[in-house]
Design a protein around this ligand. Structure first.
Ligand code: OOG
Ligand code: NI
Length: 454
């Protein structure tokens, strides 16, 4: 059996991302509006800024831009999470990063399943932010036990999906026909079901414990709760949402506007009020649930641990000023003021080791390989023989994620749980280790440096 009868995991991921996008457009038409808005803005930015267009082209980001999305789901048990890990592996997506949201009052911890090599990222960087409910954080013991019983009963994967995961693991891949079947079967896990599996009374009890608990426990599966396109100008996207009368979140999460974008800036529109049907036709009017929303993001430079520490420090400073968190009219001003301490030109960011860069020979460098020799990268950049472009941040930010969760659960900022991050428990549930994102960025940067000398 030769491996080339198999469809590459990159192609399966692209098929899946496309299928999810089509499904979500039908489920949440406003998502389609966001995608169109982002496409318009990105075209305009690229037309106005040919240098950026060239940079994206050089770094294999131009082609992926129109396809680029992340989604998010929340699961209830270790078994669900572990099986998801196997399902995503068929598509070349691996758990990267550990996020503890309990400190922000959300009883979950999370990872992102995503591709991790330069070629896989260039093919399609589709990522899914995946949260596992921490039932142990529900105080009411009876409710906790009932939730566990309800979750233990449900089956979130179709038989076909499970069989095809096993087949892919056993044989090392899926052929064209099975890959197509796999995508259709996998899609079922992420579909929205408006029928609750629990009584209205149970739903309300769960909701009182935390709206997120109701969202995870009351339904047949972990519906995809948003899909996020990537814009090149989030301030334009935010203005565009407001201009179209979309109920956008007040604050853009993440760093302030900058000349050199870093990490991730995100905005979302509020969750839809959906009608939920309860068994026996109960609560015909009572049943609305906020689960699904739309989000737009702008991605920038991936930061090194040193850069990230500075980011975290300045963000905390902006949020703590006046004790107002990220609420309050003056938050954008506080944020901008704090971030004046973060260098905003690429030469400084690079020389101070704050971000990761991809190095490549320029035309001059290619024409004169002898001049490249053993010179250090900085000297080559200074001589115009090598370009250094920002490596894009492919991950998430816990403070931003908490803000997104909060605004879409319809909640006020809530008290933090007295829990601690528990990466070991998460990895145990998942059945594998989550990878450290810094190691991946470091490797991408190193590979680019090595490519200069070949
Ligand atoms: C996930 C929220 C996190 C992001 O972009 O930070 C997220 C959720 O609400 O399930 O998607
Ligand atoms: Ni998101």
């Amino acid at each position: 059996m030769s491996a080339d009868r198999f469809v590459s995991p990159d192609d399966i991921r692209s098929l899946f991302a496309q299928a999810m996008s089509t499904m979500y457009r039908t489920e949440v038409p406003l998502y389609g509006t966001l995608v169109d808005l982002v496409a318009e803005i990105n075209d305009a930015v690229l037309t106005d800024n040919p240098a950026l267009a060239e940079q994206l082209e050089r770094n294999d980001e131009r082609g992926r831009l129109a396809q680029e999305r992340h989604g998010a789901i929340r699961v209830g048990t270790a078994e669900e999470l572990a099986t998801l890990g196997r399902l995503f592996a068929v598509m070349g997506m691996y758990p990267i990063g550990y996020y503890d949201l309990s400190v922000a009052g959300v009883p979950v911890h999370s990872t992102a399943f995503r591709p991790r090599t330069a070629s896989a990222l260039a093919a399609n960087p589709f990522r899914v932010f995946t949260s596992l409910l921490r039932l142990e954080l529900i105080e009411d013991e009876a409710l906790r036990d009932e939730s566990a019983r309800i979750l233990a009963r449900r089956r979130i994967f179709t038989d076909d999906a499970l069989a095809l995961i096993e087949q892919a693991e056993r044989e090392g891949g899926l052929d064209q026909n099975d890959a197509r079947r796999f995508v259709l079967a996998a899609l079922e896990t992420f579909r929205w079901h408006s029928d609750a599996t629990v009584s209205l009374a149970t739903y309300e009890a769960l909701s009182n414990a935390h709206r997120l608990v109701a969202d995870v426990v009351s339904f047949r599966g972990p519906h995809i709760n948003h899909l996020t396109p990537r814009t090149l100008d989030i301030d334009a996207a935010q203005a565009g949402m407001l201009a179209r009368g979309i109920d956008a979140k007040a604050v853009v999460e993440g760093p302030p506007p900058r000349r050199c974008p870093i990490l991730l800036r995100q905005t979302s529109f509020k969750a839809l009020e959906e009608t939920v049907n309860f068994p026996d036709g109960e609560g015909a009017d009572a049943g609305t649930h906020t689960a699904r929303f739309g989000e737009i993001e702008q991605r920038g430079l991936a930061l090194t641990p040193k850069g990230r520490a500075l980011y975290d420090q300045l963000l905390a400073q902006a949020r703590d000023a006046g004790g107002a968190g990220s609420t309050g009219q003056d938050y954008p001003t506080r944020l901008a003021a704090a971030f004046t301490a973060f260098p905003d030109d690429h030469d400084t960011l690079r020389r101070e080791g704050l971000g990761y860069y991809r190095y490549a020979l320029t035309e001059a460098g290619r024409a004169n390989p002898a001049a490249v020799g053993d010179l250090p990268a900085e000297a080559l950049v200074a001589a115009g023989l090598v370009s250094a472009d920002p490596i894009v941040y492919e991950d998430f930010l816990p403070v931003s994620a908490a803000g997104i969760f909060q605004s879409n659960l319809g909640g006020e900022e809530q008290r933090a749980y007295a829990a601690h991050a528990n990466r070991d428990a998460f990895e145990q549930a998942l059945g594998m280790k989550v990878e450290d994102e810094f190691v991946i960025y470091e490797r991408l940067q190193k590979e680019s440096l090595e490519s200069l000398r070949i």
